[in-house]
Ligand binder design. Structure first.
Ligand code: HPA
Length: 249
């Protein structure tokens, strides 16, 4: 079953025909929202709103462990995360980008299921953080649907909730990050630890701080405008991705 974690602008998934909802408790506390189970394009799917259904949980307060644990526990076999990001290089506001790599700048978040105590020490391989198979499904679905989806990008995960300084964005750029967002980690790593194939569809909602029309400041009105149209395309894309899950890419 495909799991979708919706971010800002995607707290509801209108294309999901909801069959039932479930409040899940986990050893790590409560997930961000009730889980919505149903069908997308006739395929079983589950939806979780990363920031809560009312969009009240900031990125640094998201219980990423509870979210991933709940999805795994309830039968998810793959996770597609949807996230809004700032564009640093090679992309423009409005673009959809499927990153192939990430750099983690977050700190102070509960970032592992392998926290010592019982069992042996585990180091999950994370060389390629995003599932190549899931990425291939997304790219094929985008091509079939005629939806532009850029293949590749490096997601720089920052703590937030404040936006970055121009110098911080310059540093991320020098590091090789092409996108910047606040929720990509530890979500991706926890999915890996849980054995869940994971990829992220990113909606570029603004030029990163100091770049393009964010040279002087990042406009919240601009973000809101781009977010809505971007998420409409993401919903359409997910309709084409869902039937491919579980098939060979
Ligand atoms: N920076 C960090 N996170 C973001 C941004 C940004 O510019 N835009 C959307 N999420």
């Amino acid at each position: 079953m495909l799991a979708i974690i919706g971010g800002s602008g995607l707290t509801r998934l209108s294309t999901l025909a909801v069959a039932h909802r479930e409040v899940v408790r986990t050893p790590y506390g409560d997930p961000s929202s009730t889980l919505l189970f149903g069908q997308i394009a006739g395929r079983d799917a589950v939806f979780l709103a990363r920031h809560g259904h009312g969009h009240t949980i900031p990125p640094h307060r998201v219980n990423y462990r509870a979210n991933l644990w709940a999805l795994k526990e309830k039968g998810a076999s793959a996770v597609i995360a949807v996230a809004s990001v700032g564009g640093i290089r090679g992309c423009l506001p409005g673009d959809l980008v499927l990153p192939h790599q990430l750099i983690d700048y977050t700190s102070g978040r509960e970032a592992t299921f392998f926290d010592g105590g019982e069992g042996s020490v585990v180091h999950a391989d994370f060389t390629h953080p995003y599932s190549p198979e899931l990425r291939a499904h997304c790219l094929a679905a985008a091509a079939a649907a005629g939806i532009a989806l850029a293949d590749g990008g490096v997601y720089g995960a920052v703590n937030g909730p404040r936006l970055e300084t121009a110098a911080e964005i310059d540093r991320l750029d020098r590091d090789g990050a092409t996108l910047v967002g606040m929720t990509g980690m530890p979500e991706a790593a926890l999915a890996r630890e849980a054995g869940l194939p994971y990829c992220a569809i990113c909606v570029v909602v603004n030029h990163a701080a100091g770049r393009g029309d964010s040279a002087a400041q990042v406009s919240m009105e601009g973000i809101a405008r781009v977010l809505e149209s971007g998420m409409d395309r993401v919903r359409a894309l997910l309709d084409h991705v869902a039937p491919r899950i579980g098939t060979a890419p």
